[in-house]
Design a binder for this molecule. Structure first.
Ligand code: PHE
Length: 389
């Protein structure tokens, strides 16, 4: 009898224990920590971007934890790698939302990956703050045209970025005849090419030709031979650094001297490695941030980042940091770990003082903020101008 009671009590305690543990996990936390998902391109073709974004976020959490955390709890980052692939992005988001039970997710720079991750964020009602994904379809459903409830981003969008690029070519370089090379495997590249074209032709420019390539292509000589014969004054290549580096190098080898223009997808130390410093002279790209930004907050961030990682932050490191801090600010304002309340707090973000500029999330859950124009000179990024929205 005595033994039987003991067994029963033990069972009861065990059940209670597991129950409370599960309940704790369900809210994305045990009593002392809050779990946040960091979903990034840690491996694969765009690993420098994802690693930067994750590094920025980790530094933000470290700073916040050192000051006591949020809502009295320490932040626990759960890292998930999307391997630079859309299908893996959806898988990683599923794992974070349903197994790790995080309260929110930040990360992802590539639009195609963010679009895939956002479907799962919506289905699982998990607040998702994308870091660098600039295509409009990230936050607005392509079919229904409805703003996705749980998906946000901390960066500007490509209709703006494309216009900034087009105006720079028309008004600063004063060139009117362009050719475009678009990466047909990327939503980002296709979108940015279209937005550039729209603004460029509206402003009086003409597009001589639009050529396509695919991610992982190595040899661009056939396309470049065709472009060379058309003699464009400028070539717009809204792609990612892997292919862009090779395109620029091969173009120069073939004697194409025209300026080559791109977007934020160029911003990687690998660009110079692949493209070579001399070939990259006379190229320019639009971006989110420049280390030459002289604001005190930016200077302090660059110093802190260099101390932590031994290198200058690129745009994704800064955006990753900004996104992580903004997300924690939203959790603080929500004063709750309820995912619906965090969603509402994100949606009402106004003038959050981010390093990349005061950030308000608008009705379509996008950040409206300035772009910078960078010139590549002897392998270095030279800050040219800031363009306000
Ligand atoms: N904007 C790019 C995309 O949507 C990603 C990117 C962001 C690349 C920031 C570099 C810097 O795919």
């Amino acid at each position: 009898m005595k033994n039987k009671n003991l067994v029963l009590i033990t069972l009861l305690v065990l059940t209670m224990l597991t129950g409370s543990l599960l309940a704790g996990c369900g809210k994305g936390a045990d009593s002392n920590s809050i779990k946040i998902g960091l979903l990034n391109e840690m491996t694969g073709g765009n690993a420098t971007f994802g690693t930067s974004a994750a590094n920025g976020a980790k530094m933000a959490f470290k700073e916040i934890n050192a000051k006591g955390g949020v809502l009295g709890k320490q932040i626990l980052a759960v890292i998930a790698d999307n391997k630079s692939e859309p299908s893996e992005s959806a898988n990683a988001m599923t794992k974070l939302a349903t197994q790790d039970n995080v309260v929110a997710v930040t990360g992802v720079f590539a639009s195609s990956n963010a679009i895939a991750a956002s479907s799962v964020a919506e289905a699982t009602k998990t607040p998702f703050l994308a870091v660098g994904a600039t295509n409009p379809k990230v936050t607005v459903d392509e079919k229904t045209k409805k703003v996705k409830d749980y998906t946000f981003r901390v960066c500007f969008i490509d209709p703006f970025q494309g216009t900034v690029g087009a105006n720079f070519v028309l008004n600063t370089l004063k060139l009117k005849k362009a050719a475009i090379m678009v990466d047909n495997s990327s939503d980002y590249s296709k979108g940015l090419a279209a937005f550039f074209k729209e603004s460029f032709t509206k402003g009086g420019g003409s597009i001589l030709s639009e050529e396509a390539y695919l991610q992982k292509d190595q040899d661009f000589k056939a396309v470049l031979t065709k472009l060379k014969s058309l003699n464009p004054e400028v070539i717009y290549v809204p792609g990612y650094y892997e292919e862009v580096g090779k395109i620029v190098k091969q173009a120069r080898e073939m004697g194409i001297v025209a300026p080559i223009i791109g977007g934020d997808g160029w911003d990687s130390p690998k660009l110079v490695e692949l493209g070579s410093a001399p070939a990259l002279n006379n190229t320019f790209f639009t971006n989110h941030y420049s280390v030459d930004d002289n604001s005190p907050a930016s200077k302090a961030f660059v110093e802190a980042y260099k101390k932590e990682y031994g290198q200058n932050p690129d745009a994704l490191a800064v955006l990753g940091y900004d996104a992580a801090k903004l997300l924690i600010d939203a959790i603080q304002r929500a004063n709750s770990l309820d995912k619906g309340k965090i969603q509402a707090a994100l949606a009402s973000t106004k003038a959050y003082p981010a390093i990349t500029g005061a950030t308000t999330l608008n009705a379509s859950h996008d950040a409206v903020k300035s772009a910078v124009i960078i010139e590549m000179k002897d392998g270095k990024q030279i800050y040219k101008a800031t363009v306000k929205p």
